[in-house]
Design a protein around this ligand. Structure first.
Ligand SMILES: NC(=O)c1ccc[n+]([C@@H]2O[C@H](COP(=O)([O-])OP(=O)(O)OC[C@H]3O[C@@H](n4cnc5c(N)ncnc54)[C@H](O)[C@@H]3O)[C@@H](O)[C@H]2O)c1
Length: 440
């Protein structure tokens, strides 16, 4: 196996292409977005991911990787195209089958097709049959198909592509063998071999499990708010139990995976997914709860004032330390508040999200986080980017802070700890910071 063609040069496809090229393969990238192809060949990765620019530049220089406007012949085809949902929360597999159709025009005997995109159970088999029908080649004899779902964390993709264990689900043994052979050049994690449907199921339940855990954290946050308790403090203490591992509340669940993939299970197994349906409803409700809380606070502030309260939004990405705003609850909240200019003024800030991705929202964007906080009456913290966590809590003095991601708790506990050398009680000076804190 020497030559690899990767279909889809986004968050998953491009890093995979670069790593495969660095591992010694001759890698041909292909994307339907011609501008993306052009930019990538100019050394612009288009997406934000640590190390990606340097690594892209190196593989372009050595000639081991190039992006192409058309799919190239190869020994192995890797599909890393989007799998969003469409109306009715049903999986939109049009990109996957479009990629399959493109492959039929280049498929040669001996080739392997690896589907990395996250898909509903049964899709890999349907795709394999589709390619067989349209290529005229025999599945399992002339060509081989496997599902090898991706489970990397944006922000750590190059490390996780190498270190994570992988599940490979082949339609036949030869598909597993060839797929394992491909990854063996750069994956150091354990490769677990199974069948295609099991691999699809494993990937989907991984993300559904995260969704359910976040829903639980969000319910804890709701209960704590009613009881006037700090959910981050409660969760920290509960996690001292050796077998409890609660996640943190968030302003909602977004992105391309956790907010989407549970629907692929709900669609296929409507009767056996009541818990997943409830988790989706809870997590989808959370941004609305945050919006309501900000509007209530704004109304309260306006009572004693002639001017509209100024709200500064910290963070727009769908999670910390990424530039990705797909299905971002923070963006949903900021947009909803932006539409309420009759009752409040709003400025936003997210150093990770490129300005051109925000043009269409017409936000007033703060030039930096300090000026934004200084300007505001209410600071709405939506995403705990690491740069925000490094700030000192004193910057919020005199402000109303609505914290939906535990940034203040982190700051206060960390800074309290450093003040009280060796202290283990995180709440010792917790209430003495002069910051009026609202938690959602
Ligand atoms: N982003 C993540 O963190 C992550 C993690 C695990 C799994 N996944 C899964 O990986 C898949 C890809 O996700 P992503 O985040 O890389 O998406 P992305 O949107 O960043 O990139 C997809 C790319 O595919 C291109 N494309 C669409 N149709 C195509 C076609 N027919 N032929 C060639 N190119 C095509 C698009 O132009 C785009 O550049 C999805 O199924 C996603 O659920 C993503």
């Amino acid at each position: 196996m020497k030559r690899i063609s990767i279909l889809g040069l986004g968050y998953i496809g491009l890093p995979t292409a670069i790593l495969a090229a660095q591992a010694g393969y001759e890698v041909c990238g292909y994307d339907i977005d011609q501008e993306r192809v052009k930019q990538i060949n100019l050394g612009n990765p288009v997406i934000f991911e640590p190390e990606i620019s340097d690594r892209l530049w190196k593989v372009l220089q050595t000639g081991s990787f190039k992006a192409h406007p058309e799919l190239q012949y190869a020994d192995c085809f890797i599909i890393a195209v989007p799998t969003p949902f469409k109306e009715g929360n049903r999986a939109d597999l049009s990109y996957v089958f479009q990629a399959g159709e493109t492959i039929t025009k280049r498929l040669m005997p001996g080739n392997v097709v690896i589907l990395e995109s996250t898909v509903p159970v049964g899709t890999t088999e349907q795709l394999a049959q589709y390619i067989e029908k349209h290529s005229g080649l025999k599945l399992g004899k002339d060509f081989f198909v496997a599902h090898a779902p991706e489970r990397v964390l944006p922000g750590k993709i190059f490390k996780e592509l190498v270190d994570n264990d992988r599940v490979i689900g082949g339609i036949c043994q030869q598909a597993c063998n060839l797929t394992q052979l491909f990854y063996s050049k750069f994956v150091k994690g354990v490769v677990h071999i199974t069948d295609d449907k099991s691999a699809e199921m494993v990937k989907l339940i991984e993300n559904a499990s995260r969704d359910v855990q976040i829903a639980l954290a969000n319910q804890i946050s709701g209960m704590c708010q009613t009881a006037n308790l700090d959910p981050y403090h409660i969760i920290e203490l509960a996690n001292k139990h050796p077998r409890v591992k609660l996640l943190s509340p968030t302003c909602g669940v977004g992105g391309h995976c956790i907010a989407v993939d549970p629907w692929f299970l709900i669609e296929t197994f409507p009767e056996q997914t009541k818990l997943l349906q409830m988790a989706r409803a809870i997590n989808d409700q959370k941004p609305l709860t945050v919006i309501k809380q900000v509007l209530e606070k704004a109304a309260e502030l306006q009572k004693n004032n002639t001017t509209r309260p100024k709200v500064f939004v910290m963070g727009l990405a769908f999670k910390p330390d990424v530039d990705d705003i797909r299905q971002s609850p923070a963006l949903q909240i900021a947009s909803a508040l932006h539409a309420k200019t009759d009752v409040l003024e709003i400025k936003v800030y997210d150093h990770n999200v490129p300005l051109n991705m925000l043009h269409k929202y017409n936000f007033d964007i703060a030039s930096d986080v300090w000026r934004g906080i200084d300007w505001a009456d209410v600071v709405l913290v939506l995403v705990k980017h690491k740069e925000f966590s490094l700030m000192h809590q004193d910057v919020f003095c005199g402000k109303v802070v609505i914290d939906s991601c535990g940034l203040l708790y982190d700051m206060q506990t960390r800074q309290s700890r450093s003040v009280l050398e060796g202290a283990t009680k995180t709440d010792t000076i917790f209430w003495k910071t002069g910051v009026m804190k609202d938690l959602v």
